[in-house]
Design a binder for this molecule. Structure first.
Ligand SMILES: [Fe+2]
Length: 261
């Protein structure tokens, strides 16, 4: 299945990290004109504070400690078994591949930010530390999600070519503003996709990424001087919505592996 996501635009930088040749669009907050023809089901991304030590939440250790504290296995956890439904597995792989698109987007963005900062030091202190942490986590998420897809018998989608507005590699504020939009998109996508996940192991895995993405959002909001958690509940986004939000940053067609969408 071939999915056309977006055309390149003059304001975007899809060449080398930090190339400056445009301005930053407000692509993630509405007003998008990109018409997506995607049959994708999917999710989104995750993060860490300056003290984050792992790119995914440690659900295994938590489960073990919960079992110890309660003196035995927790019924709900023990009864959670992988689905054997072929359709369920197929849907889960499609969801994970949509998540992988968002993870690739984040990983590429932060890698380019770090490279641009190494070239001309446009970030300072905590901003630089955050960029390095975010780049590390998102690269790990790409691997984590890819491995889960393979584990389910699927084929991970290849990384598409990305483009970014040039000022995100020049202005710390522009970098942070795009970062928080990407992270919020991921948080909303993972949450929105959760009810569609068939396999509870996949759901648990996605939750471990979701938690880190939410921490990333808080970290970036802190650096922007905003409220870390501006609302009591996260807002879910549909897969289609989340992938459409990513579309302006993708410069050409994505070819989804057979059976993933
Ligand atoms: Fe991520």
């Amino acid at each position: 299945m071939k999915i056309r996501l977006a055309q390149n635009t003059p304001a975007m930088d899809n060449a080398t990290p930090g190339t400056m040749n445009g301005t930053m669009p407000n692509a993630m907050s509405g007003g998008m004109t990109t018409e997506s023809r995607m049959n994708m089901m999917g999710l989104g991304p995750m993060i860490a504070s300056p003290n984050l030590n792992a790119p995914v939440e440690q659900f295994g250790a938590t489960q073990a400690s919960m079992m110890r504290a309660s003196g035995g296995p927790i019924p709900g956890l023990r009864e959670a078994k992988p689905t054997t439904s072929a359709q369920g597995i197929t849907n889960d792989i499609a969801i994970l591949n949509s998540a992988l698109v968002l993870e690739h987007l984040e990983a590429e963005f932060y890698a380019r930010v770090v490279a641009a900062d190494q070239a001309r030091s446009f970030l300072q202190g905590r901003q630089r530390n955050a960029a390095v942490t975010l780049a590390r986590d998102e690269a790990a998420h790409v691997l984590n999600v890819s491995e889960m897809i393979v584990k389910l018998g699927g084929a991970p989608i290849e990384k598409p070519p990305f483009q970014f507005p040039a000022n995100v590699f020049l202005s710390p504020i522009a970098f942070l503003q795009l970062a928080v939009e990407l992270e919020e998109n991921g948080v909303g996508a993972y949450l929105g996709a959760a009810p569609m996940v068939a396999n509870k192991d996949v759901l648990n895995f996605a939750a471990s990424i979701y938690g880190i993405e939410a921490r990333h959002t808080g970290l970036i909001r802190f650096l922007l001087g905003d409220q870390i958690a501006p609302r009591p509940l996260e807002q879910p986004r549909t897969i289609e919505e989340a992938v459409a939000n990513a579309a302006p940053f993708i410069v050409k067609d994505i070819v989804m592996p057979a059976g993933t969408g």
